[in-house]
Design a protein around this ligand. Structure first.
Ligand SMILES: Cc1cc2nc3c(=O)[nH]c(=O)nc-3n(C[C@H](O)[C@H](O)[C@H](O)COP(=O)(O)OP(=O)(O)OC[C@H]3O[C@@H](n4cnc5c(N)ncnc54)[C@H](O)[C@@H]3O)c2cc1C
Length: 280
């Protein structure tokens, strides 16, 4: 059986990682679900006692979501409208018990194609702060998760924070998820939309889609098409042509590939319409 480490300081956690290669955990809501053995065999590094890693802070250049921040913390924090999509996703990650224990960082590091946190964070231009005893590096979230269950994390690194630059916090946003039922369900498709509109013209657009490919992705071609467009014409631009390369879903027990693509397209349409409705 492995050793259970639960330090109270980040520097001690990084020392554990450097010397033992322990597996970082937070809420354990993904790890327990994936563990078939009676016990975890490897060393475990529990980060939930590290107070400096908990909470969402405004910084000089953006926002910082500490690695021990739970989905319930996200829901309890007053944030600008661009974060609405992240809070809407928070409300749909499992039930309240899972939201109380599960962290945003754990959702990302688990690298599930159906991780509900990914589309909103991508649409907020999120980066991840990776810390180790040798220093800190900042990686774009779009480059951090590389494939199902795969990230660019080194064994001696901890994801210490998720960083949102001020530029990613412009405008209003919406998260929409389709599952086989309304709550407590793994996504068939989900989208996050953020639009910044001035005088009826779209000045900034971010659209991200999840559960429709190995990793969640930004719909860059659609975003480009939306820029400078009159808001009341946005709907016409949502087409398969503008989502080419973003949708590559598999067929599985939750849905056929064709159904997933059609659902994603419709969710993008509805997401854009919902955001535009909130803008006076
Ligand atoms: C009943 C149930 C319902 C669920 N419903 C949903 C849902 O609707 N949508 C959804 O997206 N997910 C859902 N999940 C999955 C899970 O709750 C979330 O992904 C959650 O955010 C994971 O966070 P955690 O802190 O529990 O991660 P953990 O289980 O502690 O860790 C997950 C992975 O991330 C790694 N990790 C964790 N923190 C760090 C860190 N700081 N640095 C480096 N690596 C780290 C761990 O090593 C592990 O590989 C559900 C789970 C359960 C049990």
């Amino acid at each position: 059986m492995g050793i259970y480490h639960r330090p109270g300081k980040l520097k001690d956690a990084l020392a554990v990682l450097a010397t033992t290669g322990a597996r970082p955990v937070a809420g354990c809501t993904d790890i327990f679900a994936a563990t078939e053995a009676q016990e975890l065999r490897d060393d475990v590094l529990d980060i939930t006692a590290i107070e400096e890693l908990r909470g969402i802070l405004k910084t000089d250049i953006g926002w910082r979501i500490g690695a021990a921040t739970t989905w319930s913390d996200v829901l309890c924090t007053k944030l600008p409208p661009a974060f609405d999509m992240l809070q809407q996703a928070a409300r749909e990650v499992g039930g309240v018990q899972v939201q109380n224990a599960g962290t945003v960082a754990g959702n990302i590091c688990n690298a599930s194609p159906a991780a509900d946190g990914m589309p909103p964070l991508l649409a907020l231009d999120a980066q991840v702060e990776m810390s180790s005893q040798t220093g800190t590096r900042i990686v774009d979230l779009s480059e951090f998760v590389t494939a199902p269950r795969a990230t660019t994390r080194r064994a001696d690194e901890l994801l210490s924070a998720i960083l949102i630059p001020d530029a990613g916090v412009m405008g209003s946003s919406r998260f929409l998820k389709l599952g086989a039922r309304k709550h407590l369900v793994i996504s068939i498709a989900m989208v996050a939309v953020r639009l910044d509109v001035h005088d009826g013209i779209i000045r900034d657009a971010a659209v991200a889609i999840g559960a429709c490919g190995p990793v969640a992705k930004r719909a860059k071609t659609l975003e480009q098409a939306l820029l400078g467009t009159r808001a009341d014409r946005a709907d016409r631009l949502v087409s398969e042509v503008h989502l080419e390369g973003v949708l590559s879903p598999i067929s599985d027990v939750r849905g056929e590939a064709g159904y997933r693509s059609a659902a994603a397209l419709e969710l993008v349409r509805r997401g854009i319409a919902d955001v535009l409705e909130t803008i006076p």
